[in-house]
Design a binder for this molecule. Structure first.
Ligand SMILES: Nc1ncnc2c1ncn2[C@@H]1O[C@H](COP(=O)(O)OP(=O)(O)OP(=O)(O)O)[C@@H](O)[C@H]1O
Length: 238
């Protein structure tokens, strides 16, 4: 939950207000898409909500924990244990297999990954047969699904996805979006996804539209056509 969040980059003449007093909550078990023109603050909103950036004003809570009050160690632990991230770039380690990539954050946290959990995470994204493949032996959509399995391994309360389908064709995008939708419908997880694509946003229960760091639309169960029309109007007026 973000309350009256202001986020600023730079100082003096290069100072940019990326978020200008945004208040928004994400109900658990829902899928929210965040849209808006380039530079409107979408990624900043995601980063603040996930504790990757600290706002200059306002409060951020995750499952009742006030992030502002946490030091870096506690924040890192909360991100590791409760939050999953997926980015447009898959960020897989090329020398590791799919299974090793999925297990890597657990290893980096100094724990021993459970092979059954790793196999289950890969199976959940339809890649049970690809566990031993390296990223170069996988398609873009498969690599993104490995990144999703990695994000899901610890069953995070919230999955934040920043343009997860930005580098994928529409058929492959749909596979990734179906998985995100399934997380919400089947497992009751919470998904917050930044996207430029109205088709992708059409998978969400709710669509937030930002402009100039402010929340300008909050739509429920909007169709891809409706979303496309509203974002086109906004782009035209920018
Ligand atoms: N690290 C940074 N340093 C300086 N300015 C930044 C930084 N990150 C973002 N900004 C600025 O903050 C504003 C919001 O950026 P943000 O990345 O949140 O927008 P966005 O809506 O995600 O854009 P896009 O769709 O192009 O990815 C922009 O004006 C951007 O130039």
């Amino acid at each position: 939950m973000l309350r009256e969040v202001r986020a600023v980059y730079g100082t003096g003449p290069t100072r940019v207000t990326a978020l200008d007093g945004v208040t928004v909550g994400f109900d658990s078990g829902t899928f929210t898409a965040v849209m808006g023109p380039s530079g409107s603050g979408k990624s900043t909103l995601l980063h603040c909500a996930a504790g990757l950036d600290r706002p200059v004003e306002g409060t951020v809570t995750i499952e009742g924990t006030l992030l502002n009050a946490l030091d870096e160690t506690a924040l890192t632990r909360l991100r590791r244990d409760r939050i999953g991230f997926v980015f447009q770039a898959y960020n897989l380690v090329s020398s590791l297999t799919a299974a090793q990539n999925v297990a890597l954050p657990v290893r980096l946290a100094g724990r021993r990954p459970d092979p059954d959990q790793v196999a289950a995470a890969l199976a959940a994204v339809g890649l049970a047969g690809r566990a031993g493949h390296r990223p170069s032996q996988l398609s873009g959509g498969e690599q993104q699904r490995v990144a999703l399995a990695r994000a899901l391994l610890r069953r995070p309360a919230v999955v934040f996805a920043d343009e997860p389908t930005g580098a994928l064709d529409s058929a492959t995008s749909r596979q990734v979006l179906d998985i995100l939708r399934g997380l919400v419908d089947r497992d009751g997880q919470t998904v917050v996804m930044v996207t430029h694509d109205p088709m992708a946003a059409g998978y969400a229960d709710r669509v937030l539209i930002l402009a100039d760091g402010r929340l300008v639309e909050d739509l429920t169960d909007a169709s891809a056509e409706d979303i496309a029309a509203r974002t086109a109007r906004l782009e035209a007026s920018c």
